[in-house]
Design a protein around this ligand. Structure first.
Ligand code: MTE
Ligand code: MO
Length: 339
């Protein structure tokens, strides 16, 4: 059962209601949220970004050439609540997703790394205690990753200044990587001549098969397809009821590793059948898909899965790991078709 500790996290950090998969860009307020500590209070007139000693006001950053990216973000813990046994942390089902139209300054335009720099360190304003360590939320990127052209310091989401919950006034955005990479409420950027070993880099966000496995760091988002649950839901179970006949199933699919190559749908124990893909909104945005289903009366289980151009495909059940990360096992939706 879900404990009060997990409920407390879940009540703060909400997911995107899956019916919002109809929208190509997630409206503000409906994008998922993950906030480890508290949302910091920021007085924007006093806020400064410190890049290795050079400071910028938000006005100075906004005056630089800017770049817009439509990017799908997913928490590395998405699907955690479906792992057995599960890590006690934010108990996501499959809603830790959202797509934003992010605008900001290209990170590489403000970097002047000295020789010997191996990583760039990003520090947020938010402080808390995790794994027994007091810390500011911090993550690093290799110099090579930091210089990718779509990596930005974002000050806008969907055409307006970032709202407090998404990192006002400035956040890092690294399209294609799991959510934790996108440090919110940035206050400082530094050049490191050795890899960063802070909590969120070296202890958290590793794919570990056992407690004493050092594990691999989480980076690129694994492929996933989700569908808009069809019909109408039951209030408690959220099981679906629909009328018989032609039903247009629809959803979205994404992968950080490579563009989506195909989405397939399965009804009950049938074969996987190809869905139709919509036009691409951009490399880092999820891809719409649809599938015509001839719904016959009775109880059915619908499933969908994505395959990307690197050949990665969603498993029926993802590999278990200690942190409950990257659970991209296929989504199953129970549907009762009326007589
Ligand atoms: N400063 C800071 N940045 C952060 C976090 C945080 O708690 N503090 N959470 C991270 C995690 S785990 C995720 S999944 C994303 C969530 O971004 P969102 O809440 O804007 O969707 O932000 C990341 N950046
Ligand atoms: Mo996350």
């Amino acid at each position: 059962m879900i404990g009060l500790d997990e409920l407390q996290l879940a009540a703060r950090n909400h997911g995107m209601p899956l019916e919002l998969l109809r929208e190509p860009v997630t409206p503000i307020g409906l994008h998922y949220l993950l906030i480890h500590y508290d949302i910091p209070h920021v007085d924007v007139d006093r806020w400064l970004l410190d890049v290795a000693g050079t400071t910028y006001t938000i006005g100075e950053l906004r005056a630089l050439p800017s770049h817009e990216v439509i990017s799908t973000m997913e928490c590395a813990g998405n699907g955690r609540a479906r792992m057995e046994p599960r890590a006690i942390s934010q108990p996501w089902l499959s809603e830790a997703i959202g797509t934003g139209r992010w605008r900001g300054v290209r990170l590489r335009d403000v970097l002047e790394p000295p020789d010997g720099t191996v990583e760039i360190l990003f520090t947020g304003l938010d402080r808390g205690i995790e794994g027994g360590e007091e810390q500011l939320f911090q993550r690093s990127l290799s110099l090579e990753d930091a210089r990718r052209e779509d990596v930005i310091l974002a000050f806008e989401l969907n055409g307006v200044p970032l709202p407090p919950q998404h990192g006002f006034p400035l956040r890092l955005l690294v399209p294609g990587w799991y959510g934790m990479t996108n440090v919110k409420w940035l206050q400082r950027i530094e050049y490191l001549d050795e890899p960063f070993t802070g909590y969120q880099q070296a202890r958290g966000y590793h794919f570990r098969r056992s407690d004493d496995d050092a594990g691999e760091p989480l980076t690129w988002i694994a492929p996933r397809a989700l569908m808009v649950p069809p019909g109408i839901p039951d209030f408690m179970s959220r099981d679906r009821t629909i009328e018989p006949g032609r039903v247009q199933l629809q959803g979205r699919a994404w992968s950080g590793h490579a563009p989506v190559a195909a989405v397939e749908v399965r009804v009950d124990d049938g074969d996987w059948q190809p869905a139709t893909l919509d036009v691409e909104l951009g490399r880092w945005a999820w891809r719409g898909w649809s599938f015509e289903w001839d719904a016959l009366p009775g109880e059915h289980v619908l499933a969908c899965r994505a395959r990307d151009e690197s050949g990665r495909v969603q498993p029926d059940e993802a590999e278990w790991n200690v942190g409950g990360y990257a659970n991209n096992g296929v989504q199953r939706v129970s549907v009762a078709v009326r007589d």
